[in-house]
Ligand binder design. Sequence first.
Ligand code: NOJ
Length: 567
Amino acid sequence: MLKNDTNWWRQAAIYQIYPRSFKDSNGDGLGDIKGVTEGAKYLKSLSLDAVWLSPFYPSELADGGYDVADYRNVDPKLGTLKDFDEMLSALHAEGIRVFVDIVPNHSSDQHEWFKAALASKPGSKERNRYIFRDGKGKNGELPPNDFVSHFAPSAWTRSKNADGTDGQWYFHMFAPEQPDFNWDNREVQLDFLKTLKFWSDRGVDGFRIDVAHALKKDFTRFNKSYTKIDSMNVKPNGKDILFDRDEVHEIYREWRKLFDQYNPPRVAVAEAYVPASRRTKYASPDELGQAFNFDLLTTPFVARDYKRIVSENLELATQSGSSSTWVLNNHDQVRTVTKFGLPKGTDFNQWLLTDGKSIKVDIELGQKRARAAAMFIMSLPGSTYIYQGEELGLFEVADLKPTDLQDPNWKRNVVLKPERVFFKKQGKMITGVAEIHIEKGRDGCRVPLPWTSTGPSFGFGSAHAHLPQPREYGPLSVQAQAKVAGSTLDVYRTALKLRKKLQTTEEFEWVKTGNPQVLHLSRKNGWHCITNFDGEDFTLPKGEILHSSSPLKGRKLPKNTTVWLKA
Ligand code: NOJ
């Protein structure tokens, strides 16, 4: 049962479910909502406070579900609203709250509003829900400006008029199948309030807000050249054309008023890729309440960097009146096990483009470090996010075949290269164009979970999974690890259970270790966490050993290991 606590989110353990890859209940190769319900007991065994479900709405999957065709429904491939309600009750009965993902920056091109926009005239009310502009050039054949989309190349696509002739261009920060909404339009604003109310009324506890920093744009200045879309590098003055504009906060202040009408108030977390100093606004109590801190996603397993990031983020959280969030993995990132198992400085994308063949990854080392990092962040004040499969020590599947890849990052980031190839049979050179992919994409971290050691998809479902699992996922399955002391799953379960018991006020202190490779932090109630990143065996101070991420050597803490002590 759920405890009635308005602050439940401040130091929660939240598990991200990527629904299409969690559990397939009907054997069609795609994870579904009933699969999540089937997994309720497993989720309970992880002592979670909440789960966050990535989009499960009707979608053509141009971007893994982040292209939403209907915000207030369930994709028929994944189930029904009734299945959703049953899942929500099943999780609530286990004491687990539920976040859903809200994707307000763009819809799918299959959304009824976008279809209506295409069928309507320039300047119409229907077009004004999106961002349509006339093209440049004699016949409007050139895009309105040189903005580049995240998924390459142009951020503009020319639409067809109802009679089949070429028409205006529409703006999309991501794929052409993801047209951006016009957030200056009150109708758009009201429709999202309706969506938030729809899910809140059903009992949803929280929302993860996709691309929260990009909703407001200044298209009065759109002639300015802006060839690189990188929200982390914009001037932090709230006046950029596309990102982190000051007016975006008006939207969230209005959302907060809605959230606060519920008991307990609905909560939210912003995905806002903005410089740390600008993140606090999104996280303030009169807005979304929390914002993702992604700093550790791009940080190697290095003591000095971890220390700096922790100190900075706890300070920022205090400034905003929020609590911090700690994230090591999500559905957009190379899995930590792989990152930490590769030499420092590896360019992960380049490595992935070789199907992981250019450098051998040390999986065991990666798993060891990933467990140590996970126990380290779990001991910090604030919320811990866990991405499905992280608790099994899953690694990035680097060698998915081009025919299996689904991510627009792979499909769209292509350069064409003229090529001359000598064809022996014909005895001549043939000139052609080769497609060179420059991004491998994010499918390698989205491969379905292995539940059992054998079976066509290791218990994910009765059929083959929509992204093929490697053979090595069998020994990492839930079944294979569940009863093995010291397995990654066992380490996570014990740590999360203890974390729940040990959780205390948000104060924390660094304790001097005299060793730059060893970080030691303590919480008010005598809960101590010590991580040896890369040093000699470290002699532990006094205290009862509660748990460790890997075996200790008596009272010595080997490198790549975290221990929790009770003073
Ligand atoms: C961020 C999501 O995490 C990512 O998966 C998606 O591609 C983009 N936003 C666009 O919605």
